[in-house]
Write a protein that binds this ligand. Structure first.
Ligand SMILES: Cc1ncc(COP(=O)(O)O)c(C=O)c1O
Length: 418
């Protein structure tokens, strides 16, 4: 555990936590978009530095390869420890999208193979998911369905963006080979009942994959407690660089390979390891293991300040919080707020040099299209158009929050919302 430093308010604070980063305040632009991506944390950048030039292939047994193999092994141990797995259950991938696609492809192809060993009639396995998954899951399922590889059912969510475990269990059929359910939603931060779903699926002999991209580093994620068979881990959401991720695959779970070639990753995912990025992923995982409670408290305090200041500054009824009303069911860093009377995409365009955040509706030549997540939750159109997703993180500060509130309220007043 790193030594706690004394903060100005007297509370113990971990080194780094709440420290502004120069690249988080570029040209005066306040960064509140941690769910899109996090900055590379300074300790992570330090850990990566030697591997900018240490170029050996981790598969080579000589003096150049060995330090790189050691770095990959250390990263695997650190990532495994972060989620309660064993190192040989962690498989590195190029991004979260690849990990999600591999889980789906692997489970479906394994089911087809099992079936064809015992029957001459082809089978089209069934997959159950939720209708608010990231496109990495929903688009992949749609593409594979169009190719005739699978069929799938996307279970609806309630108005707070949560699926019911009973609805997911009821969607499981005799030909279902996989349930894939996100741990938390990237837009509204709703946590999903993954452990209950996994228990129900296991009773039916169905594999469970969980996309935990948005939860790692924000809430505890433990594969044993969840009871899942596969779990997606995405580095750039918790302080590692972009382009590195991992898929946890429980020991003994047989899924087919997506990338075939060399024998890397225990022969299950080919491709020479990206040592530089893996060193960063491992360090970021280690920071999560050490700091999670303190980071979560830091983020929750800032997010709550953001929420209460905006609600206090806007007229009654103008603002709506999208997502779970029970804070225990919502990510501590995420605020999705719909402001009636503004267009969030126009706000972000006008303030793009001052405030970095995301909108719940995209602007294009045909007008405005509301995000599929907000539509699935039944968010009223006017609130959906005015939805801002503000997400804080390890290096966010109270100054960031106060500045964002001021910018948003001033904009709302200019639009006549006051
Ligand atoms: C929930 C979720 N899953 C998957 C991904 C995809 O990760 P990547 O961009 O690394 O492919 C993201 C990224 O935004 C995400 O939020």
């Amino acid at each position: 555990m790193p030594a706690a430093a004394a903060a100005s308010d007297g509370a113990p604070r971990l080194p780094g936590l709440g420290e502004p980063l120069p690249y988080c305040d570029q040209s005066g632009c306040t960064y509140l978009d941690y769910n899109a991506t996090s900055p590379i944390f300074p300790e992570v950048a330090e850990e990566m530095r030697p591997f900018l030039t240490a170029f050996g292939n981790p598969s080579s047994g000589h003096a150049f390869g060995r330090p790189c193999r050691d770095a990959v092994d250390l990263a695997r141990r650190r990532v495994a420890a972060m989620v309660g797995a064993e190192p040989d259950e962690i498989y590195f991938t190029s991004c979260g999208t690849e990990a999600d696609a591999w889980a789906i492809w692997g489970a479906v192809m394994a089911a087809r193979k099992r079936h064809s060993a015992s029957s001459s009639t082809p089978v089209v396995p069934h997959v159950v998911t939720s209708c608010i998954e990231h496109p990495a899951v929903l688009e992949t399922l749609a593409a594979y369905e169009a190719q005739g590889l699978l069929t799938y059912m996307a279970v609806p969510v309630d108005s707070e963006g949560r699926v019911s475990a009973a609805d997911v269990a009821a969607a499981i059929r005799d030909d279902t080979c996989l349930v894939t359910l996100m741990h938390s939603n990237n837009e509204v931060g709703s946590l999903q009942p993954v452990a209950d779903v996994a228990a129900a699926a296991r009773q039916r002999g169905v594999l469970v994959h969980c996309d935990a991209a948005q939860s790692i580093g924000k809430v505890p994620v433990d594969v044993q407690q969840l009871g899942v068979d596969m779990l997606t881990i995405v580095g750039h959401k918790f302080g590692a660089p972009k382009g590195v991720a991992a898929l946890y695959i429980r020991r003994g779970v047989a899924i087919e390979r997506l990338l075939c070639g060399g024998g890397q990753e225990g022969g299950r995912r080919a491709g020479t390891e990206n040592v530089l990025l893996l060193a960063g992923l491992g360090k970021a995982a280690d920071l999560v293991s050490q700091e999670l409670p303190a980071t979560a408290a830091h983020m929750r305090a800032l997010r709550d300040s953001l929420q209460s200041q905006l609600l206090a500054g806007l007229p009654a009824g103008a603002a709506r919080i999208n997502g779970p009303s029970d804070d225990a069911q919502r990510l501590p860093n995420t605020l999705s707020i719909g402001i009636k009377g503004i267009q969030a995409s126009a706000l972000l365009a006008e303030l793009s040099e001052q405030l970095a955040a995301s909108a719940g509706a995209a602007c294009h030549s045909g007008g405005q299209s509301v995000s599929a997540v907000l539509r699935a939750m039944g968010v009223p159109h006017e609130h959906a158009l005015g939805t801002l997703r503000l997400s804080v993180g390890r290096h966010s500060t109270q100054r960031d929050v106060d500045r964002a509130v001021q910018l948003i309220l001033e904009y709302a007043r200019r639009q006549g919302v006051a």
